[in-house]
Ligand binder design. Sequence first.
Ligand SMILES: O=C(O)CCC(=O)C(=O)O
Length: 390
Amino acid sequence: MKSNVIKSIDACAAHYGSDAEAMRRYLIDGQERAQKMDNRGPLTFTSSGALSPEIREAYRTHGFYIFTGLIDEAELSDIRDDLDSMYKRFPVDSQSSVTASGGPALGVDCKAPNLIWSKPLGDPLGGTAIANGRHQVKLFEPEAAKDAPMEAPFVMLGSLQFSEACLRVYAHPKLLRVAAEINGEDFAPFHESLFIKEPGLGAAVSWHQDGDTHWDSLEFDEEIHGFNFMVQAYGSTAVNGVWVVPGSHKQGRVDIKSLIAQAGSERISDAVPLICNAGDVVICNRQIVHGSFANTGFERRITVNSGFHRRSSVLNVMGAGIHSEAVVYDKEFIKERSKVIGYAIAARKQRFANETPYCYKPHFDAGEKFEWGPHSMIMLKDYNLRDLSI
Ligand SMILES: O=C(O)CCC(=O)C(=O)O
């Protein structure tokens, strides 16, 4: 274990009062269990181009897999530069439309929601009706430092319209091959976001499962609500990272309150943290029980999230109304939303000219072509009004 992570574990535990030792043990034990699992390594394919069967199998079994070192230094540095310039364009607080230097803030002219704020180290979703009440329990909210701001950036929705580097990594050809392997070549997009967990500020995301619409479907199976890719721009630790309950994606809708009652605390038994270095990418089944604690450690985590669905999970389905307004997703709606994939591939081609771009079958079959230039970003404005929220 890296010594700076131990410092963060100790700092985190110290916020938990009489539960400090229990929290410390939970973080250390979870980290040890995570590191013993057989679901991390480079993203590899067979000679015929299929996802390596052992990766597919481990993902199926555990509901997540960590592709180590997938994003190279140059791309990581592009992503971090974009994140830094986005930060400079954040409004001064949730009520403001200007930046610290008085300029117009990022996304203020958008119709779709984008930057969401939270009380520092709060749990803004837990125990509320937000997202159809999926975050059943409020997690412990540690006290932030006296000089902490009243609120801190928490999640950025529709993130691809604000960062070309995030748009480009969305079209990483190996990741899109995985999307095709898991959800079929006609896979559909879901939603993209940034989870922002600054040390001493980053809020918790209470335990939850992500799916909403298909739990009682006759066609229900463990992958029907799709998955998320989580690109780690700075890495992810037991303190600041997402925790998951391996295998819980197979259990249908889980009663999280009773998991917590069984554990006797919010420290759900058997959960493990996603331990990642910068440049690792996690594939995470949306049905898995997962959540993250407030970031009381010393390391920053920013996760560049993007998800994909099977077409059959979204086509002619009434949306959940969580990430976007609830409508029936017909063919045209999905076609329009999928243009983001085409633009992302075109944008990536400009930056990584030597790489073989991913060929998205629905665009290929329809003869749809996408170009990318200096002024193309505008075409993504408010694209998240069409997120496929299931
Ligand atoms: O990154 C986090 O802290 C939470 C992520 C999450 O809940 C999700 O991707 O659904």
